[in-house]
Design a protein around this ligand. Structure first.
Ligand SMILES: NC(=O)c1ccc[n+]([C@@H]2O[C@H](COP(=O)([O-])OP(=O)(O)OC[C@H]3O[C@@H](n4cnc5c(N)ncnc54)[C@H](OP(=O)(O)O)[C@@H]3O)[C@@H](O)[C@H]2O)c1
Length: 285
């Protein structure tokens, strides 16, 4: 059982169900275009101490993410093994051969010879089970350290588990104080599936929230820091995105304070099932 006392700095990581250690806080790069901005953000984050980077084939920035990783490794002297790199297979590539090929394309663009975590990006009906078999093959062959899914509701996981031989190690879903996913978190906890929050800051939409602003000012922290600290204290891995060095640093400075029970009670009361992205039961891409 992981508690937030196991999470004490930016390099803190805990074992997934298969023993592979996944950092609790990472950098997301959704919507960061291929080019210097993506490479610089990744490099900046790793130099600052981040160890986890989250990209996806559809973000179309894997080449720059890879360049940023190489620059950071050269500058810090870190080994590739110190990092935890995640990418995701896009919907159009869900199929057995297609998914295997997509993995190779992601590796080639990133300039890596393995990923730490490869995810099925969305639960496209009729396609995710066969794609999962491809991920299981990559995992069995030692080509990827851990495999998981993204945007899977409980019923998608239940369906997948009817045939899966490997239980997904991670489910990366939209999760923030307005969408707390209590049923999914409970289900995942029972089965050893790590929940990872995407859009933890609700893409900036929560930064003016009065409840969070009050908690932030009581703690002498920013709203972003309160949300990210909350993620860690409820046992959810988190991957805030920023391309600005000062925010990359701010988002990582969440280890020197703790939320009170009252803070948790106030945040728990904010849940209203509100999404910034599509519902995985109703997406059209
Ligand atoms: N699996 C999926 O389907 C899925 C979907 C969406 C996202 N994701 C992953 O989750 C990551 C995070 O989600 P997200 O990018 O959608 O949204 P997010 O991290 O909730 O919010 C990012 C936005 O907040 C701003 N920001 C970041 N830190 C801030 C701070 N300390 N103070 C004020 N503003 C701040 C960023 O602007 P600046 O960059 O200008 O600082 C950006 O506009 C993505 O990058 C991606 O890796 C996965």
């Amino acid at each position: 059982m992981t508690t937030h006392t196991d999470i004490y700095n930016l390099q803190s990581a805990s074992p997934l169900a298969n023993g592979v250690r996944m950092p609790w806080l990472g950098l997301g790069v959704f919507k960061v275009p291929e080019g210097a901005e993506a490479a610089n953000a990744v490099k900046e984050a790793i130099v600052q101490g981040y160890r986890s980077i989250d990209t996806a084939a559809i973000y179309d920035n894997e080449t720059s993410v890879g360049a940023g990783i190489r620059e950071a490794l050269a500058e810090t002297g870190l080994a590739r093994e110190a990092l935890f790199v995640t990418s995701k297979v896009w919907n159009a590539d869900l199929g057995y051969g297609e998914t295997l090929a997509a993995y190779e394309t992601s590796l080639r663009k990133l300039g890596l010879d393995y990923l730490d975590l490869y995810l099925i990006h969305w639960p496209v009906e009729g396609k995710y089970k066969v794609a999962w078999r491809a991920l299981e093959k990559l995992y069995a062959e030692g080509r990827v350290k851990a495999i998981g899914v993204s945007n899977f509701h409980v019923h998608h996981l239940e369906d997948l588990l009817q045939e899966a031989t490997v239980v997904p190690m991670v489910d990366q879903v939209e999760l923030h104080p307005r969408l707390q996913q209590p049923e999914l978190r409970a289900y995942a906890a029972e089965r050893g599936i790590r929940i990872e929050a995407w859009s933890p800051l609700m893409q900036g939409g929560l930064l003016d929230d009065p409840t969070l602003t009050a908690i932030a000012s009581r703690n002498g922290k920013s709203v972003a820091q309160v949300i990210l600290r909350w993620d860690l204290e409820i046992g959810v891995a988190t991957i805030p995105k920023s391309t600005r060095a000062h925010r990359i640093a701010e988002n990582a400075d969440v280890f020197g304070f703790s939320l009170t029970e009252e803070d948790h009670r106030l945040i728990a009361a904010m849940d209203r099932g509100e999404r910034v992205g599509p519902d995985p039961d109703n997406f059209d891409f």
